[in-house]
Design a protein. Structure first.
Length: 491
């Protein structure tokens, strides 16, 4: 709903014009000269309609909490939004209209839903379980990605994730194929609760490096197993207990087994449908939404606890928590957030599939840091018309990595060189922030910025951490996320 400062209350139609009556009851806490924002008093106030914030507002509303959800933008999604060509061009060009040449090259505006921060969804991972837990799957359609690739020595190779693929993969030498096959077969039968499947190995004490040593895996194999299958962000995991890595690889293989081509799924029409789906869930349970609603100030009591927000002369109170992304907490000047780095992203439009990927319409490529003498991996996600995000015959590939130098775009060259000729691209460098405190003392619960990864695993962990900090309990994700369950619930 894109009405200027309009209020959308749950179970109500959106307002048809910009003038919405907000006259409400008198509140003793209301500062002099101010009026209530929407209904005035809520259990929770959520700022920003990014995916994490929308998941939390949806979860809180299903717990019976009264939620006010505001966003300074006139669209849902914040940094998780999917934009058409005109909005994408405007975002990167100070609000200007795109030239006619852009449409002539790429096609109709309406054919595009370009994700600002594309991330693949592990088919049986935590985000899918959240979707099933809340039944948001009923609002969305998904399709699997065609393949998952890893970079080695200047080329890309499909990641082998089954015993059969291990034997046929050109990524592995003859003897290494047998060792890797044995490694996968061990993990396939491994059950933490059944010691007969452990073969005498205690993965809670054995490190990941020692587990690799046990099966004699080569260094190059460890690279793609750790970074492209277990999705580890750096090599520090090698000295940590092997169990989390083993479980992550098992999840990758299990997710792949559900769909056959890759372990990842992606929403039709782009990731912007995810925050919209959770927003819809919140509205159905009585949540109130205000788009194009700036927040000028977060209000604190004498003890430093946040109790409300102020925008223009309107004030709303939260009795339980105030939640938001870092941008609403003045990250560069306040003592609520700290900068953890920067991410560079390049959104590239192509008129061809990425070379040497068997003409895949959609894929992920992970470039392990060690392959290009870096500290952080480089990621590529490519989607196209099959996911209804581009015009027919066009592809959008987004490369990203954590910034390490003063020339961020140069850091993406290993990825950009894989793409072939690029029609046009949009480059962005953004600061990353995380909360300094857990929110229990000041009532400010802040999400982390989206990192450079091309998957949702770290973001899902942040949502679970937010839920735990706010409610004091763990979110129950004891739910089947295999293909049969997701198809029954709307996939």
């Amino acid at each position: 709903k894109k009405k200027s400062k309009g209020i959308w209350r749950g179970n109500m139609s959106a307002p048809e014009d910009d003038e919405v009556a907000t006259k409400g009851p008198e509140f003793s806490w209301l500062p002099e000269g101010c009026e209530p924002m929407a209904d005035g008093e809520y259990d929770a106030i959520v700022m920003g309609t990014g995916l994490k914030e929308c998941i939390m507002s949806g979860l809180l509303s299903t717990m019976g909490k009264k939620v006010l959800h505001v966003d300074r933008n006139n669209y849902y999604g914040a940094d998780s939004a999917s934009l058409n060509l005109s909005n994408l061009y405007a975002k990167f060009n100070d609000g200007k209209e795109p030239p006619d040449q852009l449409y002539e090259a790429l096609g109709h505006n309406r054919d595009y839903n370009v994700d600002l921060i594309p991330k693949c969804i592990m088919a049986c991972g935590k985000l899918v379980k959240m979707l099933l837990h809340t039944k948001v799957t009923r609002y969305l359609d998904f399709k699997s990605l065609d393949a998952s690739y890893v970079y080695r020595n200047g080329k890309v190779y499909k990641v082998p994730a089954t015993a059969g693929e291990a034997l046929s993969s050109s990524l592995l030498g003859l003897f290494e194929k047998r060792r890797f096959r044995k490694f996968l077969m061990y993990l396939a039968k491994f059950n933490i609760d059944d010691k007969s499947t452990h073969d005498g190995l205690d993965l809670t004490k054995l490190t990941a490096a020692q587990l690799y040593d046990h099966f004699g895996l080569e260094q190059s194999t460890r690279e793609f197993v750790g970074h492209a299958m277990a999705l580890r962000l750096n090599d520090s995991y090698l000295s940590e207990p092997a169990l989390p890595t083993a479980e992550a690889i098992r999840l990758y293989c299990y997710s792949l087994d559900q769909y056959g081509k890759s372990p990842y799924i992606y929403p039709v029409y782009g990731l912007g449908g995810l925050p919209e789906g959770f927003s819809r869930l919140c509205a159905i349970h009585g949540g109130t939404f205000m788009l194009n609603r700036t927040v000028d100030e977060i209000l604190y009591d004498d003890q430093g606890k946040a109790w409300g927000i102020k925008g223009d002369n309107q004030v709303a109170k939260a009795n339980m928590c105030i939640l938001g992304d870092p941008s609403y907490f003045e990250p560069s000047t306040s003592k609520k957030c700290r900068q953890t780095g920067q991410v560079v992203r390049a959104i590239c439009f192509l008129n061809h599939a990425i070379p040497n990927t068997n003409n895949a319409d959609s894929l992920q490529i992970i470039i392990p840091a060690a392959q290009v003498q870096r500290q952080h991996d480089i990621y590529v996600v490519m989607v196209a018309h099959a996911h209804m995000v581009t015009a027919q015959g066009k592809y959008v590939a987004i490369a990203s990595t954590t910034v390490e130098t003063k020339t961020p775009l140069d850091e993406l060259k290993p990825a950009l060189n894989l793409l072939g000729p690029i029609m046009t691209k949009f480059v962005d460098v953004v600061d990353l922030y995380e909360p300094i405190h857990d929110g229990t003392n000041d009532n400010c619960f802040i999400s982390k910025s989206f990192d450079a990864t091309s998957h949702f695993e770290s973001s899902s962990n942040d949502v679970l951490d937010l839920y735990r900090r706010i409610t004091g309990t763990d979110l129950d994700l004891d739910i089947n996320a295999d293909k049969d369950a997701t198809e029954d619930d709307g996939y």
